[in-house]
Design a protein around this ligand. Structure first.
Ligand code: PFF
Length: 451
């Protein structure tokens, strides 16, 4: 299948658009709050630096060399083309699982964006009640907004790589960065900003325990869109002779800087107005609107802008989450883009409804398994297991399966021998053991005593 190409800047924006998403602005700040502030941030940063970056280069390489959908790309790069490595490409299906809850959250965001125009809660109690009511009782509203989110994502995907994905990212990414930057500059003038810096960067090692480690590693994969062939699929459309090393570097920097900016901004507001940093997934939906309500008309403006930015961030990631499946179905079954996109969307939309029902008062029990709502199961299954597992597969493939000469050939135009050696070492002997450790840790086989 002939794939339309990105431009170089188009690719960087699309890859960064994939990386920068709800993970940065919705998930990262509340996870920092839930898992002890700076300690979590430190593990997250270390993972990004020593594992995430090297696996990202490896994943881009598979798509760049394979130049096809994920399954065919793994097959193309594998030394034995008839072997089983092609099945690694099915990691792309993880995207359908992620999209079930991702689309529901984009739905919440769209709902809050429209709500904020008329109403912002004045106290935390009112905000809590509002969020609880939406998630716990308003099934119809949630389904409608989940549906609107699905339609938005579909409409971009249907336009394909150049007309849809690249174009959307070129507009939405700069807009998002400007909005977050504007809010951060405002937040820097508040007294809460110093507290926010301290909260995020006071590395308190006593708070590091095995759960925080698993969460931080899982989240670093989630935030870099690793381990499910999203960036790999985009990379198949990279123009030839693109410096994939530098590109990966830009993506990591953009993703990390935006997560830090979002966290600092959010906690400056939270501390300024004496709120609880560990409010969980409701943090952006409860704390921020309350804060914004204290700023009068300006607050309404900020609130709408903020949720708009969040929706942008979610949308540019969502398209990359579904695209691997779409691309595979088009290549493999010769489906049209319309058919592939529609079928994928129907699947995640439908399962997404079950996910949102699992938080409701009326149907929660029906969709709770082993004491955990389906929504959380889907999130934890993907973030803590499937993505690190997919990352491990990529790292083993590039580090130990594909011939070293072939790996070197993909990078030799862009980096020197020494840099290559450092990167190759880190894929083989840092990323692989770290990921095995994380997965074992998750399975409870190795457990660091809680701090
Ligand atoms: N990186 C996205 C975020 O931080 O929200 C989520 C994501 C996108 C995960 C693409 C996985 C993926 F393949």
């Amino acid at each position: 299948m002939k794939i339309a190409h990105f431009t170089r800047i188009g690719f960087i924006l699309a890859a960064a658009g994939s990386a920068v998403g709800l993970g940065n602005i919705w998930k990262f700040p509340y996870m920092v709050g839930d898992y002890g502030g700076g300690a979590f941030v430190l593990i997250y940063l270390l993972t990004i630096l020593f594992v995430g970056f090297s696996v990202l280069v490896a994943e881009i390489m598979v798509g760049y060399v394979g130049r096809s959908d994920a399954v065919a790309s793994f097959q193309e790069m594998a030394p034995d083309k008839k072997g089983n490595w092609k099945y690694a490409g099915f990691m792309g299906l993880t995207g359908l699982v992620i999209m079930t809850f991702y689309s529901v959250v984009i739905g919440w965001i769209l709902y809050y964006m429209t709500q904020s125009i008329n109403f912002l809660p004045e106290t935390m109690e009112v905000a809590k009640e509002g969020f609880g009511d939406l998630v716990g009782n308003q099934i119809g509203t949630q389904i409608v907004f989940h549906f609107i989110a699905t339609l938005f994502v579909m409409s971009i995907l249907l336009q394909g790589i150049k007309g849809g994905i690249e174009k959307a990212n070129k507009v939405l990414m700069p807009a998002l960065i400007l909005i977050i930057l504007g809010l951060l500059i405002y937040a820097m003038q508040l007294d809460g900003f110093a507290k926010s810096v301290e909260f995020m960067f006071a590395f308190d090692f006593s708070k590091i325990n095995s759960e925080a480690i698993t969460q931080a590693v899982g989240h670093s994969f989630f935030t870099l869109s690793l381990g499910m062939a999203a960036i790999l699929t985009y990379s198949a459309s990279l123009p030839k002779h693109t410096n994939i090393f530098k590109t990966a570097f830009y993506v990591v920097i953009l993703d990390t800087v935006i997560a830090m900016m979002a966290g600092l901004m959010m906690y400056a507001f939270v501390f300024e107005f004496g709120q609880d940093p560990s409010a969980g997934p409701g943090l952006v939906f409860m704390s921020l609107p309350t804060v914004f309500s204290q700023l009068g008309g300006l607050g309404t403006f900020f609130a709408v802008l903020f949720f708009l930015a969040l929706a942008f961030a979610g949308m540019t990631s969502a398209i990359s989450i579904v695209e691997p499946t779409v691309q595979y179905a088009m290549d493999r079954f010769k489906w049209t883009r319309l058919k592939a996109t529609t079928i994928a969307s129907v699947i995640f939309f439908t399962v997404g409804i079950f996910a949102l029902l699992s938080y409701t008062a009326d149907y929660g029990k029906m969709f709770t398994f082993g004491g955990m709502p389906l929504f959380d199961i889907l999130d934890k299954l993907t973030t803590n297991f499937l993505l690190p597992f997919g990352g491990l597969v990529v790292a083993v493939f590039i580090g130990f399966v594909v011939q070293r000469e072939r790996v070197y050939a993909a990078l030799s135009d862009f980096i020197g021998e020494t840099t290559f050696k450092v990167w190759y070492f880190s894929v083989r002997f840092i990323a692989v053991p770290a990921l095995i450790f994380t997965l074992l840790n998750l399975l409870g086989i190795i457990s660091i005593s809680k701090g």
